[in-house]
Design a protein around this ligand. Structure first.
Ligand code: UDP
Length: 330
């Protein structure tokens, strides 16, 4: 039986594919290569195409014996989602509807979903529990919440079981050095800071220093991408053993401000990394820190790479050896 990984050529998807291959799983990847990279897929079968293309997805389901899906394929930028909500509703929400309809058609009843802390919005409590209120402050989070809710009703009506994994801030790169983060444009904090250290940007822009946090910059919970990948493998196992639908946070439980992340990167890289304060980015909550106790208890998840310095060092190893990422941009 094969696991279909949608968005498996992307950042978190490709690290999950690497973990699945290491476990001896048969892997099928679907990716439209909008942000993904062929070279990020370290094995398995890659189909290049879009979830919303029914004939294409019929080929994928027809040619493979798929028993479970890990669904990453989506747009994921907070800032962009505030400027172009239609893109997010179309690709994320409609794309997921198309996938669920194919699952129903082909009798596939297990899906692990790449969700986000952005579903919570401005948190009621820190650390955030899965039972806390979900009130997204940006379109990206709103579409991910809509996708989760769609799965809930497909479970009710058709018995499609889902595990939704709400990630906090993924960072770092694979220990082998062969895969890492490469977005165009790059907007995420850790790779953007490292681009400064590589001389590719003059400074890091700090989006707001007047938040209600200790140093005024936003606080996030950074988690190593390979620890996230491990949780997906465990979630598939849970569903294969008859597990019920569920939702889990994935984070380290520790919060770091933007200024603290910059400071750690200065230490890791030895570069001064100049910082310039700029206006707030629309849609950003002040603090997002997870409680991941349920994932540890219910999935047996044990994140093992959770010092921020180690996470930044693994990202730095990747960016230093591949300053232009996969080098496949036109
Ligand atoms: N951020 C920043 N400068 C940048 C990129 C990000 O100050 O060039 C801040 C951003 O406002 C947020 C945090 O860093 O508070 C993490 O942002 P990122 O885009 O990495 O992840 P998100 O939390 O949006 O998923």
């Amino acid at each position: 039986m094969a696991i279909l990984v949608t968005g498996g050529a992307g950042y978190i998807g490709s690290h999950t594919v690497a973990e699945l291959l290491a476990k001896g799983e048969e892997v099928v990847v679907v990716d439209n290569l909008y942000q993904g990279h062929k070279d990020a897929v370290l094995g398995g079968k890659l189909y290049v195409g879009d979830l919303r293309d029914g004939a294409f997805m019929d080929t994928v389901f027809g040619e493979n014996n798929i028993d479970a899906i890990i669904h990453f394929a989506a747009n994921s930028l907070v800032g962009e989602s505030m400027k172009d909500p239609a893109k997010y509703y179309h690709n994320n929400v409609y794309g997921t509807l198309c996938l669920l309809e194919k699952m129903k058609q082909y009798g596939v009843s297990k899906i692990v979903f790449s969700s986000t802390a952005a579903t919570y919005g401005e948190p009621e409590n820190v650390p955030i529990l899965e039972s806390d209120r979900t009130m997204p402050t940006n379109t990206y989070g709103e579409t991910k919440l809509a996708m989760e809710k769609m799965m809930r009703w497909f479970d009710f009506a058709h018995g499609i079981k889902y595990v939704s994994l709400r990630y906090f801030n993924a960072a770092g790169a694979h220990a082998s050095g062969s895969i890492g983060e490469d977005h165009d444009p790059e907007t995420h904090l850790v790779p953007v800071i490292l681009q400064v250290a590589l001389g590719q940007r003059p400074h890091i822009s700090v989006f707001g220093d007047d938040y209600p946090t200790e140093d005024g910059t936003c606080v996030r919970d950074y988690i190593h991408v390979s620890d996230l990948a491990d949780a997906h493998v465990l979630a598939v196992e849970k569903l294969r053993h008859g597990g019920e639908s569920d939702i889990f946070n994935l984070g380290s439980g520790k919060g770091y401000s933007v200024n603290q992340v910059i400071e750690v990167a200065r230490k890791v890289t030895g570069h001064p990394i100049p910082a310039v304060v700029e206006p707030r980015r629309s849609g950003d909550p002040a603090v997002l820190v997870a409680s991941s106790e349920r994932a540890r208890a219910e999935l047996g998840w044990k994140p093992s790479r959770d010092s921020l310095e180690d996470i930044v060092a693994s990202a730095w190893a990747w960016h230093k050896s591949r300053p232009n990422g996969y080098g496949d941009r036109a």
